[in-house]
Ligand binder design. Structure first.
Ligand SMILES: Cc1ncc(COP(=O)(O)O)c(C=O)c1O
Length: 404
């Protein structure tokens, strides 16, 4: 008789023993991936319905992105910004044009791009708007998620993200998400920006009331305040359009991008804005060793090229309609509510049945990976290369989990 040795338990034990416990992962140890599928160390296949929180919009190891990365690995990978390299200008131009903005500032992680937007907005406030020194205020939304730096958690309303990390950075005013009157009331002569996610991902894929984003745009224009859209999770095709804010026909003053911009290969983030805004920065005032490195730019250029085709936005809209129809059909059968746009959904599971975590554990046992948030909500965000069959399969597994 032969005994089969499973590698998962040891890999999980190593991870548990040797790393800080700042995450609570599902007990799955991924070894390989392609498209919408991952394979664990024991050869078990799973449909990836989280897609790196939208960092994998183009799927795992998209051939065009992998080819761009390979080609760049054979040429030059890092110069730092002390020199210019031959991938830099093309990437920045392509991304600026995709955003319809004059220029971009590339960084690495999403949080760094948010920090960049905050710094630029403050400097714009002092040097262009004429706000008195140290007085700049930025309006943000309750239940926001913009990253994990000390400044960003300073304006988080999630106790897990914030508690014990003070002293906090001042200069932020929190208003309820989707409440236009509250935004209006919060604006003062010192307000330099309104920073919001066009759809709140971490909060449970919350779509604001129709007209809210357009209303914020009007208020910002009226009061000479910058509108900053954090499209790190919602952007780059996820909702069926290039940016989630496009659904309301709104153009912010600054786009903050990350996640899928790196094609699931390297961390690439950026801020895109017009010269009147980003032009306030001078040499030495901001930067990052790895920001805009050749490998990042080569991959990012290919990401922009993929988005220019419109194929992924179209897939997300079309398959998203199928996903949402399938999820709506589960309302009353264990699902209480469904929100989202395109291939992005927040699904509230009946708490009497199970928690979101339990739902995700049971889904994983059935070969579908998803992530819970806030008690009974699960987030679904498959790669945009997912097929109709994959979608139907995942929906069938969710239905089976809910039947118990
Ligand atoms: C809307 C939003 N902003 C910012 C971030 C932070 O990005 P990163 O984890 O790359 O720092 C995230 C990450 O989930 C996000 O969803």
């Amino acid at each position: 008789m032969t005994t089969v040795e499973f590698r998962t338990p040891e890999a999980l034990a190593d991870a548990e023993r040797w790393t800080a416990h700042n995450y609570h992962p599902l007990p799955v140890v991924v070894a390989e991936a392609e498209g919408a599928w991952v394979t664990d160390v024991d050869g078990v296949r799973y449909l990836d319905f989280l897609a790196g929180y939208s960092a994998l919009n183009f799927g795992h190891r998209h051939p065009g992105l992998i080819a761009a990365a390979h080609a760049q690995l054979d040429r030059v990978t890092l110069t730092s910004r002390a020199f210019v390299h031959d991938q830099f200008g093309a990437f920045c131009r392509g991304l600026a044009e995709l955003c319809g903005k004059d220029m971009v500032l590339p960084m690495n992680t999403g949080a760094e791009a948010v920090e960049t937007a905050i710094k630029v907005a403050r400097k714009w406030g002092y040097r262009v708007k004429g706000v008195a020194d140290e007085r700049a205020e930025i309006i943000v939304a309750a239940d926001n998620f913009h990253g994990r730096t000390t400044t960003i958690v300073s304006f988080s309303t999630d106790p897990d993200a914030r508690a014990d990390f003070g002293p906090y950075t001042p200069g932020f005013v929190v208003v309820p998400y989707g409440d236009l009157a509250a935004v209006r009331d919060a604006i003062t002569p010192n307000t330099v920006a309104v920073l919001m996610e066009p759809i709140q991902g971490e909060a449970g894929v919350l779509v604001p009331p129709a007209g809210f984003l357009a209303g914020v745009r009007e208020l910002c224009t009226e009061h000479n305040v910058l509108m900053i859209a954090d499209e790190i999770q919602s952007g780059l095709g996820r909702t069926g359009k290039t940016f989630a804010i496009d659904h309301e026909g709104v153009v912010p003053d600054m786009y903050v991008l990350g996640k899928a911009l790196g094609g699931g290969i390297v961390p690439v983030s950026a801020v895109a804005a017009d010269r009147a805004v980003l032009g306030v920065l001078r040499p030495g005032e901001h930067g990052s060793t790895f920001g805009g490195n050749p490998l990042a730019c080569a991959v990012g250029t290919e990401v922009v090229r993929l988005l220019e085709t419109g194929e992924f936005q179209e897939r997300s809209a079309r398959l998203g309609a199928r996903l949402h129809a399938g999820l709506e059909a589960l309302i009353g059968q264990g699902v209480i509510a469904v929100r989202g746009r395109g291939l992005w959904a927040g699904v509230d599971i009946d708490p009497a049945l199970m928690t979101g975590r339990e739902a995700c554990e049971r889904l994983a046992q059935r070969g579908v990976l998803a992530k819970d948030t806030h008690g009974s909500t699960i987030r679904l965000a498959p790669p945009l290369v997912v097929t109709e069959e994959d979608l139907d399969h995942a929906l069938a597994q969710l239905a089976a989990v809910l039947r118990g």
